[in-house]
Design a protein around this ligand. Sequence first.
Ligand SMILES: [Zn+2]
Length: 140
Amino acid sequence: MKFLKIILINYLFYKIRTKCMELENDQEVLRFTLICPECGLGNPENAEYCMVCERNLLETVLFFEDDSFDVEITKDCFIEYRKTFWGENRTGKVNKYLLDEMEDMEFGSEITRFRFTYHGKKYVLPLKRENMELLVKILK
Ligand SMILES: [Zn+2]
């Protein structure tokens, strides 16, 4: 009799768990994970334009936030949005490099520094490892 009770309880738990999973799957979860490179707002994943600044979000090939700047890559440009020393706010300074004119790109592996030459000048950007991996996928 006791054995039967355990089976019954287990069965009930199993039923409740599957019901919960069904409910979770049914719900359309709207995630605001698409960060607008222009104003930093999180938009729904499938948004075409930013809800606040109306920036075209389809132009962005890659966007990530790093310690001292945010980086956006579009079809033609590598854009660096400078941030304050503490990395919390942007300074308003934006550096834009045309991808076609970036030369000698190097993706440092031990210490993750992205180096390139642009119009004869050398640039070095220190990046977080995970961001460097994203960058390599797009630019290499
Ligand atoms: Zn925006």
